[in-house]
Design a protein around this ligand. Structure first.
Ligand code: MLT
Length: 394
């Protein structure tokens, strides 16, 4: 008789964003005349840039002709894209070899799939508040999870202490959900910790393109020693609007060994067994992101989201509400006014002014009393939502 994975019984009933979607859908069913100002899930609202669209069309044309048609793609990614990603890292002073870059269908997929390489006895350390997929994927596998909480006092940027334990460490910077961003010094503390303890860092760099302050690392490999302790996972979802198109990449350095095993080789073995790669057409589109034209165009879109952030930050300044993020990240993390709970504030905003955000509690217990706004909405909706919040909360 089939025995299901009992670990699923330890999960919350639904994934955070699925739960929020259900709540908002119900609200709209009950109030069909209302428009919602959606600043919940970090989903982009602008279309793909022209350079990507042109490259996708080219890919389609190639697939229509015998001479340029592609069948199975290399499981770990086509060389033209792996090389383009290496050149992009080189602009940040990071030297990678093309076979250290693995093309995937997105960061969320790889964040969970890569756990395959690690025994279930490894302890997981999650700096919290955190993207819930880190936690849920490990609950599904049955790993023990240790939570390293952060808060206003450390600027939501925790660093390990003498007593910190953990074999696999999740770090996201710029952070989802708080928007807080590690500087070199603090990231170096994590790298040294991981090397000393022979832990592994999973560094989620999905929001790096939003960093505007000079000197803030975009990649963990900007920190000395990271190539012997870190896997970096990145995605074009937020960088180039690929949430519905799907493409990500994972860096597994060849210098990364644990327990006498080379993790790069192990990941090649995993990928060649478990995937047939990403479609040729999508890889063509993705490569266009890294061309000078593509870079210019994606940053024009990012500028729109950054302007949304400014609109929201101005509203919170006016309301004297504590927040972080927004500057180097597409998320703003606020302290709920009047000591409201985060789900209480969610219902209040939804019912009173039809603004949808994400309750901080959904990112871990220490997020209770906080609330996340995504800046990926339309500028019109963001301006209106900010106005409604100022009127409601003044
Ligand atoms: C978020 O809102 O946290 C993200 O959009 C979710 C994701 O990237 O899967």
């Amino acid at each position: 008789m089939v025995k299901p994975n009992e670990n699923y019984g330890k999960l919350k009933e639904s994934y955070l964003f699925a739960g929020i979607a259900k709540k908002t859908k119900q609200y709209l069913e009950e109030h069909p005349d209302k428009h919602l100002y959606r600043m919940g899930i970090g989903d982009v609202s602008l279309p793909l840039c022209q350079a990507v669209i042109d490259a996708l069309h080219e890919g389609v044309k190639d697939q229509a002709v015998k001479e340029s048609f592609h069948g199975y793609m290399p499981e770990c990614g086509e060389m033209f894209l792996r090389e383009a990603i290496c050149r992009h890292y080189a602009t940040r002073g990071v030297t990678l070899e093309d076979d250290e870059v693995f093309v995937s269908s997105g960061a969320k997929d790889d964040l969970a799939d890569i756990l395959d390489m690690f025994d279930v006895s490894n302890k997981i350390l999650v700096t919290e508040p955190a993207y819930p997929a880190y936690v849920d994927a490990n609950i599904m596998d049955g790993r023990e999870i240790l939570h390293l909480n952060s808060g206003i006092d450390d600027g939501f940027l925790p660093v390990p202490s003498e007593d910190t334990k953990g074999d696999i460490i999740y770090i996201c910077s710029p952070n989802n959900p708080t928007g807080a961003t590690y500087d070199r010094e603090k990231l170096k503390v994590w790298v040294d910790f991981a090397n000393k303890n022979e832990s592994i860092i999973f560094f989620d760099a999905a929001y790096e393109a939003f960093i505007e302050e000079e000197g803030i690392p975009h990649s963990i490999y900007e920190i000395e020693g990271a190539e012997t302790c870190a896997v970096e996972i990145c995605s074009l979802s937020k960088t180039a609007g690929f949430t519905g198109t799907r493409l990500g990449y994972t860096i597994v350095p060849k210098k990364l060994n644990r327990g006498g095993v080379n993790l790069n080789k192990m990941w090649v073995r995993n990928r060649t067994t478990k995937t047939n790669g990403v479609s040729y057409i999508l890889q063509k589109g993705a490569a266009a992101v890294f061309t000078p034209e593509g870079q210019k165009q994606i940053y024009e879109n990012i500028a729109v989201y950054k302007n949304n952030a400014k609109v929201l930050m101005k509203a919170f300044d006016e309301l004297d509400i504590w927040y972080c993020g927004g500057k180097n990240a597409p998320y703003i993390w606020i302290k709920c006014p009047n000591n409201m709970g985060s789900w209480e504030f969610f219902d209040y905003l939804l019912n009173e002014i039809q603004v949808v955000g994400t309750p901080g509690e959904g990112f871990g217990a220490c997020g209770e009393g906080y609330f996340r706004f995504s800046t990926f909405g339309s500028p019109e909706d963001t301006v209106e939502a900010a106005k409604r919040m100022v009127e409601l909360l003044r």
